[in-house]
Design a protein around this ligand. Structure first.
Ligand SMILES: [Zn+2]
Length: 298
């Protein structure tokens, strides 16, 4: 049940914890499916992390895990999940946040191979991981962190995460106008990051291509854009949709193959314009395109 892409996606959920503290490692998470490990140590590390992620996923409830993977891996939106679960979109979104918070806690515990010493530990870690200040007061998290070494240590990466999410910009994609918004937003961010000239155009064009695919074929999706720092400064764009998926990714990435018959550059074009490019797709569930452009130095 834990297919490779599920692990990779869960890893991205977890990996957003280390933005400041461990940029190098975080970036290895991000490009994990694109680059072979360079040193035996890293290979070992990757193995341990994989095991911890699988364990953390296994510790979630069945329904929690299914919902998280449907959203994160297949890109299913909260509204359609709500219909399936007989719930509301808001409740599903809140549940997803709790599940992510739990996944991060269980991951850290699995990585430490530690069982929390006290019966309040998990509640405290969850409140911190979810950034829920009211809950933190209810469980008296501040006092617990003074008394419990394990929680004090694990709370560090969990708290850092809370300060970093704003770096990420999300743009919902539904109609043609959203393509323009995405293109402009990403271009502006790239310019602020120091990208210049042709690179700005290349990035904006790649974003147009992947978002046009979403509008034409998937109907709805979103684009997430964020700055990355390692191995060097770059801009990462993730385009995710809940469309029919791509049956044959190889073919879809072949030059000259355009799903909309000669209009635009399609996925092969977007791949050519960017430095890193990866597609994960599941028939009937959706497609996620991850692409990165590195900033030229000097
Ligand atoms: Zn504790």
């Amino acid at each position: 049940m834990l297919e490779p892409y599920a692990i990779v996606t869960a890893r991205n959920v977890i990996a957003s914890m280390w933005r400041e503290k461990d940029r190098q490692r975080r970036n290895q998470h991000r490009v994990v499916d694109l680059r072979p490990p360079t040193a035996p140590d890293e290979e070992l590390l990757a193995g341990e992390e994989r095991t911890a992620i699988a364990e953390a996923l296994a510790r979630l409830g069945d329904r929690e895990r299914r919902t998280l993977l449907a959203h994160e891996v297949a890109g299913q939106d909260t509204r359609s999940l709500a219909v399936e679960l007989g719930s509301s979109a808001g409740a599903v979104a809140a549940q997803l946040n709790r599940t992510r918070a739990r996944l991060r806690v269980e991951y850290l515990l699995a990585l430490e191979q530690a069982e929390p010493p006290g019966d309040r530990c998990r509640a405290v870690l969850l409140a911190i991981s979810g950034g829920d200040r009211r809950r933190q007061r209810e469980v008296d998290a501040a006092r617990h962190l003074l008394e419990c070494d394990l929680c004090a240590r694990l709370s560090q990466p969990l708290m850092e995460r809370g300060q970093q999410r704003e770096e990420e910009t999300r743009i919902p994609i539904r109609v043609d106008a959203d393509i323009v918004t995405a293109r402009q937003t990403v271009r502006e961010l790239a310019a602020r990051m120091g990208f210049v000239g042709t690179d700005l155009t290349l990035i904006a064009t790649a974003v147009s291509e992947v978002t046009r695919n979403i509008v034409r074929f998937a109907g709805s999706g979103e684009v997430t854009v964020e700055a990355v720092a390692e191995p060097r400064a770059g801009l990462s764009v993730v385009a995710r949709d809940t469309g029919p998926g791509i049956a044959d990714i190889e073919q879809a990435l072949t030059d000259g193959y355009s799903t909309y018959h000669g209009l635009g550059l399609g996925l092969p074009g977007a791949r050519r314009l960017m430095d890193e490019f990866a597609v994960i797709s599941q028939t009937g569930r959706g497609t996620t395109v991850t692409m990165t452009k590195w900033r030229q130095e000097g």
